[in-house]
Design a protein around this ligand. Structure first.
Ligand code: HEM
Length: 399
């Protein structure tokens, strides 16, 4: 427990010792580690932790949704915990509130519209099949390294028309922004990514390329285009947001499928469509925890909040909340789906959700076609980490 003094407006009965980067039980299961907070605390809508410079944690899906939607009282100007780390971030459009946010989102939405994503389906399928064919005969693979780590970044570089040889270097910098290992600072990693993307932005500005980067830079919205600096910040944000999330979601999905033959059978026999399976998996395994900064003193669900307080928006909790759907912890293919918080809500709702769904659907389709029966290779222990994005550290599969 932190020794920092408890802020005067925080009553002691709402204090919990919860570090979102290392919740108790994280080694065994990421989502169950988060849900312990819910079980301990059925009656409090919000609790406070002294960890990570002190912040609020909502305990219900409906309250997380309110926080994500109400940008006038819960601003995106600080979205990283601890709050002092938010100052280094400054990327677009995540740290901008409406109405300024609309300009960047229109540009982004245009370049990631469903038609543009659907047109990539066959390219994505080619990447998926070539990866699986590379190890299918082996009878085992390091799923993380051989598949999950590679697919989203190859898709991303292909979308942006950037060279595939840059995968290891760009992945290293992105990892350092999300899960730094201390080899370089956050600021250095960000600068390296900016220096990497800048020449491509210069090359494509004003040209008539059809890749996503060119479309982003050259789309006119509300009578103006992105500046060079804006284009760099926006493309790096897409890079960060679009790679790590899919890498880790693939880990959770294939871990679940490896451990649950009956669910695999439902898909293989056509009893359930892959798209429906993907929706239930997305509902059950959300993995992103961003935060918001309180803009004014207020009473919120009976709790006193002060301007400047930070509030986490833990979507992993939302996926396990029985007030959102009954027996939320169970994966029940075919259950009636509500609008889950996996891709966020409100102005900042994930613009990459169509792409993520397509990547996930094609990965499951092609995997089960080639490797219908597989399980976890228990020689290597499965472990998890928590953070802005939940992580399956290493997953080894065999068949
Ligand atoms: C399973 C995969 C994914 C999950 C679970 C996910 C989740 C999220 C969530 C929860 C947010 C909201 C953050 C907030 O409210 O501050 C978000 C925003 C964002 N996501 Fe995703 N995402 C995924 C994949 C992608 C992909 C594939 C891309 C792009 C290639 C992408 C690009 C973005 C961007 C640019 C934002 C910021 C949007 C804004 O601030 O307006 N995401 N994502």
């Amino acid at each position: 427990m932190s020794t920092e003094r408890l802020p005067e407006h925080v009553p002691e009965h709402l204090v919990r010792d919860f570090n979102m980067y290392a919740p108790p039980g994280i080694e065994k299961d990421f989502h169950e580690a988060w849900v312990r907070l819910l079980q301990e605390d059925d009656s409090c809508p919000l609790v406070w932790t002294q960890q990570n410079e002190g912040h609020w944690l909502p305990t219900r899906s409906s309250i997380i949704e309110e926080i994500l939607t109400d940008y006038s009282r819960f601003s995106s100007r600080s979205i990283i915990l601890p709050k002092s780390h938010s100052a280094d971030h400054g990327l677009l459009p995540t740290t901008i509130d409406p109405p300024e946010h609309h300009f960047y989102r229109k540009t982004l939405n245009h370049s990631m519209a469903p038609a543009a994503i659907n047109a990539m389906g066959e390219d994505i399928r080619a990447i998926v099949t070539s990866l699986i064919d590379g190890f299918a005969d082996r009878g085992e693979c390091n799923f993380t390294q051989d598949f999950a780590d590679i697919l989203p970044i190859r898709v991303f570089l292909s979308m942006m028309d950037l060279p595939e040889k840059d995968i290891p270097q760009t992945k290293y910098w992105t990892d350092q922004l999300i899960r730094p290992d201390g080899t370089i600072t956050f600021a250095e990693a960000l600068q390296n990514l900016k220096d990497y993307i800048a020449p491509y932005v210069d090359q494509r500005m004003g040209a008539d390329g059809t890749d996503m980067l060119s479309r982003m830079i050259n789309t006119e919205t509300n009578g103006r285009r992105l500046t060079r600096e804006e284009a760099i910040k926006l493309s790096i944000q897409v890079f960060i947001a679009g790679v790590d999330t899919v890498v880790n979601l693939l880990g959770f999905v294939f871990l679940f499928l490896a451990r649950n033959k009956p669910h695999r059978q439902q898909i293989i026999t056509g009893q359930i469509s892959v798209s429906d399976a993907v929706e239930e998996i997305l509902r059950r395994f959300p993995l992103v925890t961003v935060a918001r900064e309180v803009t004014e003193d207020m009473e919120f669900h009976g709790v006193q909040l002060k301007a400047g307080d930070m509030v986490a928006a833990p979507t992993p909790l939302a996926g396990m909340d029985n007030t959102f759907t009954p027996n939320a912890v169970a994966v029940e293919f075919g259950r009636k789906q509500g609008n889950s918080l996996t891709f966020g809500r409100g102005a900042h709702t994930c613009p990459g959700k169509n792409l993520a769904r397509v990547e996930l659907r094609i990965a499951i389709e092609e995997w089960l076609r080639r490797i219908p029966d597989f399980d976890v290779n228990e020689d290597a222990e499965v472990s998890f980490s928590s953070g802005i994005v939940g992580v399956v550290n290493q997953l080894n599969l065999r068949w």
